[in-house]
Design a protein around this ligand. Structure first.
Ligand code: ADP
Length: 414
């Protein structure tokens, strides 16, 4: 089945075309046919398109909304330049959408119909910056491909709906949960499902036999405790602001700081929240950049004090969370690294694990340095009591697989 995977944001849309079915999934032989990114939707949009083997094609074109973007993508996918071999709309047999927030309503991926659209609309309150754009993507795909092409929604929150009450409830007046659904939802769920599954494939372990702490360290960063294949806790909360230090987000802090900073700096609470989301984290501490690669370069080449500080605060927070999740799970057999930083920044992995020697985590320096740029594998020594792995994530692939599973009614465990 040829699946178009769409990840629609406010001004950016990412897509992939994946050919997969039950057999290919089982053999891990799904085919990535094409992918691309369209940025600055609403004006002169900038596109980067990559066919199966070819060089990236870059350019600009006027695209005023998501509808014109999806039309553009579909037209390109069907063109010879894409190399997909797809020439007719009917050969796009399913569309998988990344949807940020499924609230408590969506605990797994679902086929999109009017009721599902209403459900996603009802969740807009919880994710005002994301769900409306995801919905635009859904409407655009419906318009471009016709209602005959099945569409599936894959939620970033769904995997975490197994988290027990004691971990998802905040110690706030209970009516805030009852009235306003204020609780931990968690994000990056699609990524964690993929990482957990891939780790089981790589090690031959069964679900029941796995207890891991997974780290998705990208521009957004979080950690997840996965016991017997299901999420039992995660660091992002009601919004993606909670938890680890991120590119531009602060992660955990004392909530009393908000009001204090608002008064001192003459800002509204909304503005302070904006600072916590967009001007904090690695960027805020370093005063330089939200990009871990640049920080590592600065720290190495110029011994920049604040670049170091940002890296240290980042790694220390990760280490603290690993410790607390190991306590929450009574230990684990492995720590898994994923995301742009987790997959590439060997010095960060080394710093994180350095403090974990007490519990038997021994990194193999050589393996750690060598496992970058999309490589996967174990980076701990063979006698390390807790294994450490790099497991590159692939959210788009999981969305494509879920799309096929939902459309064909195949069994899919979360
Ligand atoms: P997003 O959360 O936006 O999907 P990514 O998972 O792509 O983000 O991760 C982006 C982060 O990964 C950036 O901080 C970037 O600096 C970091 N990164 C990518 N490559 C490297 C590298 N070679 N060394 C260190 N950090 C890297």
């Amino acid at each position: 089945m040829n699946v178009l995977v769409l990840n629609a944001g406010s001004s950016t849309l990412k897509f992939q075309v994946v050919r997969t079915d039950a057999e290919r999934m089982a053999a891990n032989k799904d085919e990535k046919l094409a992918r691309g990114t369209i940025e600055r939707i609403g004006g002169e949009a900038v596109y980067t398109l990559r066919g199966k083997n070819g060089e990236p094609q870059r350019g600009t074109e006027q695209m005023r909304d998501h509808r014109s973007v999806v039309d553009f993508v579909v037209k390109w996918v069907m063109s010879e330049a894409s190399g997909t071999g797809i020439t007719r709309i009917s050969e796009i047999e399913g569309v998988g959408h990344r949807v940020t927030h499924g609230g408590e309503q969506f605990v797994r991926s679902v086929k999109i119909d009017d009721a599902v659209i209403r459900g996603i609309e009802e969740t807009i309150d919880l994710a005002p910056l994301h769900n409306p754009h995801n919905l635009r993507g859904i409407h655009a795909a419906r318009a471009a491909l016709g209602s005959g092409v099945p569409q599936v929604a894959v939620f970033d929150t769904a995997f975490h709906q197994t988290i027990p009450e004691r971990a998802y409830l905040y110690a706030l007046p209970y009516q805030f949960y009852r009235r306003h659904r204020v609780r931990r939802y968690g994000f990056h769920g699609t990524s964690y499902r993929y990482i957990g599954h891939r780790y089981r494939m790589l090690t031959g372990r069964s679900r029941d036999d796995t207890k891991v702490v997974a780290l998705h360290l990208g521009n957004g960063a979080s950690i997840c405790a996965i016991d017997k294949g299901v999420s039992i806790d995660t660091s992002m909360g009601f919004t993606p602001l909670e938890g680890l230090v991120m590119g531009t987000r602060s992660g955990d802090l004392d909530p009393a700081i908000l009001d204090y900073i608002a008064a001192k700096e003459g800002l509204t609470l909304g503005e302070v929240e904006g600072v916590l989301n967009k001007q904090s984290g690695l960027l805020g501490v370093s005063g330089l950049t939200n990009d871990m690669r640049e920080l590592l370069d600065e720290a190495k080449e110029h011994d920049d004090r604040r670049a170091w500080l940002a890296i240290e605060i980042f790694c220390y927070r990760v280490r603290k969370y690993i410790g607390s999740y190991l306590a929450a799970m009574n230990g684990a057999q492995a720590i898994l690294f994923a995301g742009g930083i987790g997959e590439n920044a060997a010095p960060v992995r080394a710093l994180v694990c350095e403090g974990l020697a007490w519990m038997g985590v021994k990194l193999d320096e050589q393996r750690n340095r060598a496992t970058v740029g999309g490589a996967e594998g174990k980076i701990s020594t063979d006698d390390s009591r807790v294994e450490v792995w790099v497991v590159p994530t692939d959210e788009e692939l999981l969305i494509a697989r879920d799309t096929v599973r939902v459309i064909e009614g195949l069994e899919s465990r979360y």
